[in-house]
Write a protein that binds this ligand. Sequence first.
Ligand code: KIV
Ligand code: ZN
Length: 511
Amino acid sequence: MQFVEFFDTTLRDGEQSPGVAFNKEEKLQIAIQLEKLGVNVIEAGFPITSPGDFEAVSLIAEKVRNTTIAALARAESKDIERAWEAIKTAASPRIHTFIATSPIHMQYKLRKSPEQVLEQAEFAVKLAKSKVNDVEFSAEDASRSNAEFLAKVFSLAIKAGATVINIPDTVGYAMPEEFAQFIKEVMEKTEGIEKVKVSVHCHNDLGLAVANSLAAVKVGVQQIECAVNGLGERAGNAALEELAMALYTRKDYYQAETSIVTREISRTSRMVSRLSGMMVQHNKAIVGKNAFAHESGIHQDGVLKERSTYEIISPEVIGLDLNTIVLGKHSGRHALRQSLEELGLDLPEEKFQKLFNDFKILAEKKKTITTADLFALVDAQDVSEELILNYWQILSGNNLKPTATIGLWHKNGEEYNEELIKAAYGDGPVAAAYKAIDKIVGIDGSLLHYSLQAIDSGEDSQGEVTVTVKFGEHIVTGRGISTDIIEASIKAYLQAVNRALEKGWITVKKR
Ligand code: KIV
Ligand code: ZN
């Protein structure tokens, strides 16, 4: 059995998905969950890119102690210095530095000769090594690079002190058998390869990121880079949950062990989906809503007789608890605490108290509180908000111009003590509410995407709204949950506004 390490880049490459912008509390929340999931390395961010990213990486380095924390840096001294500053308090820090090696990138993007790239790679690894022992070197666009040249760059990087050599398929161009052959060839030609870990980082432009990563495992790579729900640039990165479950389900074939705690997969996916605002498609492998649903009569009959006829994974293995926990308005603190514990959700007392209050409010509106409701309540606890909803009022009908009045509380210092109210009309009640929020903040958001779904089955299920909004040149997502779909819509838009405020892309201009 070989051991394959999971390098998670949800917080770095994943955050490069259009519309995804985590704040630092959200990043920390995800990092803590990734640690529970058992990943070996968390790439917490790219500290040179913004003060916010720097702060988030520093916070994660300080708080998440049982996983290696990596920070990304181009092969430049200012990037490496900044990356080191951000991760220096980590229990196990890693600097991840990269430079492109393909002819196309060297000529058009870097405008550097191969010799200059070699020199810069060596310089970067040496500088990173002077700060920290664990240095990962990536050759960007490796899969479109010349194998001889790549081996030369890697040999130099290893000599300069790299501990991990990463072979990215940056543009998702590789084919599995070809990629495996290419890796073998590069490994054979690289001097000192036996001293380092070999890694791959595959993008999904042709839908092959997982297949390419698994082909690489088959030829002996020891680290795979991936993101939860396959988030990442363009079509995304290899999906963590698919890699983990392929290696788990087909251990007979891959002969590989990992440290992934599969029972945490479902919860991690839900958390990332909620905080990123990127919904998981229903038929997505492993974590899609339909991944374990059997529709046809023949299939249902087979599963009832013997689950393994049509199920290669038991839902419980990924922590999908089909035994819905049912609580209601008469359930007390003890019952709630116990249900949370059964789901592996242990909250500190101050957070539990707030959650209990939210639970009571929800239980007044909804007869039964399900597992999905509990997860949604817990996930909603840590979001930082400059504006919160005080009240909303809608007038709508087939003979009326839909009109909304929105009241928000604005945070001044530690207190939400400034009430801001505006009314607006629109083509529908949701559009009217969004215009009223725009008026309050003094912005002009354009709604690029809106979707509504029920978070579980049943007539009183809560509605979950996801929106993607453009403020100026910035795209942000938001999500809101409520028993009332108008309220869920308002909360989703407000979350997008709060995210844009947190990033400093907009400010509240009261008029
Ligand atoms: O896709 C890529 O090449 C990257 C590198 C920075 C590893 O994200
Ligand atoms: Zn990438």
